[in-house]
Design a binder for this molecule. Structure first.
Ligand SMILES: NC(=O)c1ccc[n+]([C@@H]2O[C@H](COP(=O)([O-])OP(=O)(O)OC[C@H]3O[C@@H](n4cnc5c(N)ncnc54)[C@H](O)[C@@H]3O)[C@@H](O)[C@H]2O)c1
Length: 341
């Protein structure tokens, strides 16, 4: 029987309350504290789980030696300070995406975790989605051929944020999946966006970004919280087949298209010999499980085994580097910005 891990969740707002629910019912974990600077966010926690202690200060959490692992699900601008504090006090930490709001601070957290031999995980939820896991197996098996590019749309009406734009809020999901599937280093990003709702704060509501990876692969990311459609779609185009991950679909989360374009034999011109191929469309059966539940298990497993999880701090840092370069590109009217080393 493995040990029970004492856990605290910091931030019990719209998303944090899902972590609270998960850890409160997770085998192998004991939720000891929920911390939120707003008493109003804590009240429902006390009603549902009277045995879980609540506080408005992370210092109470850090003073409890029974807490080994801390989940930070607060607003993005607070991630760095809270995670740093927790790591410095020897805790393993899961930080919601984006890991931080800058590459230097996300690198600092990774260094701190590595020096202190702490687990640092980032909430790149989709890496724990059964459809993404299956898609990765399909990509790695070579069934799609060489993956050429990925294109994604993540749109909805709301949630409109005040402290971060649609790029920082929504794109971490797509960028983490693109990096996972392409398996290549991002080299540059070019992003254009529109500021419509909060002109005084200059916050982009919609962003169209193109990320270029080593070896010529591409990802195009369209994110918006000002759109009539709730879209959660990622398309992978390979030389042999194509695949679509549609998280908004109830029963066709993953679809494989036996479609492609075959170049002409050497003796023929392109017009004479090019062949468009359209074959079967297959919807693989998936064993569905809540991605957040799987993320929770992965965090506890990493805490137990001391092996960094798939959504490691370093993968969070890699995404922040793309986000930061994209932000510079946004500010410079879509100029192609190198991501650097
Ligand atoms: N993985 C996902 O799919 C997903 C989905 C939604 C949100 N998120 C992420 O989760 C985080 C929180 O988002 P949200 O929608 O819950 O925001 P929210 O504004 O609803 O909640 C944030 C909560 O954090 C609390 N808080 C802020 N600073 C604090 C501090 N210093 N100490 C204690 N509590 C503090 C606030 O009082 C609030 O209750 C963000 O990083 C967001 O990007 C992730």
């Amino acid at each position: 029987m493995s040990e029970t891990i004492g856990v605290a969740v910091v931030g019990a707002g719209g998303w944090g309350k899902n972590h609270v629910r998960n850890f409160a019912s997770q085998r192998g974990a004991s939720l000891r504290w929920v911390c939120d600077r707003s008493e109003a966010a804590l009240a429902p926690v006390t009603r549902a789980w009277p045995d879980v202690k609540t506080t408005t200060s992370i210092d109470d959490v850090l003073a409890d030696e029974g807490v080994r692992a801390i989940v930070i699900a607060t607003d993005a601008p607070t991630h760095h300070d809270l995670a740093k504090k927790a790591l410095e006090r020897g805790r393993d930490v899961l930080v919601e995406k984006p890991l931080t709001l800058g590459a230097s601070t996300s690198a600092e957290l990774c260094d701190l975790a590595e020096r202190g031999q702490r687990i640092l995980m980032v909430g790149h939820l989709l890496l724990y989605h059964p459809a993404v896991e299956r898609l990765k197996q399909i990509v790695d098996s070579g069934e799609l051929g060489e993956v050429l590019y990925v294109t994604s749309q993540r749109t909805n009406l709301g949630v409109v944020r005040r402290d971060e734009n649609a790029w920082w809020s929504l794109a971490p999901h797509d960028l983490s999946v693109a990096a996972y599937l392409l398996g290549a280093e991002p080299e540059s990003v070019s992003a254009s966006g529109g500021v419509f709702l909060q002109k005084e704060r200059g916050i982009e509501d919609v962003v169209f970004a193109t990320v270029r990876y080593r070896g010529g692969k591409l990802a195009h990311v369209h994110v918006s919280w000002l759109d009539p459609h709730k879209t959660r779609r990622l398309t992978v185009v390979g030389t042999k087949k194509m695949a679509v991950f549609d998280d908004a679909s109830p029963d066709m989360k993953l679809t494989l298209f036996d479609k492609g374009v075959e170049p002409p034999p050497a003796a023929l011109t392109y017009e004479q010999g090019v062949r468009i191929r359209t074959g079967d469309i297959v919807v693989p059966a998936l064993k569905m499980a809540e991605p957040l539940g799987r993320e929770t298990e992965a965090f506890l497993e990493a805490v137990r085994t001391r092996v960094p999880p798939l959504a490691s701090g370093r993968s969070g840092h890699a995404v922040v580097r793309v986000l930061e370069a994209g932000q510079r590109s946004l500010a410079e009217a879509g100029r192609r910005v190198d991501i650097g080393l």
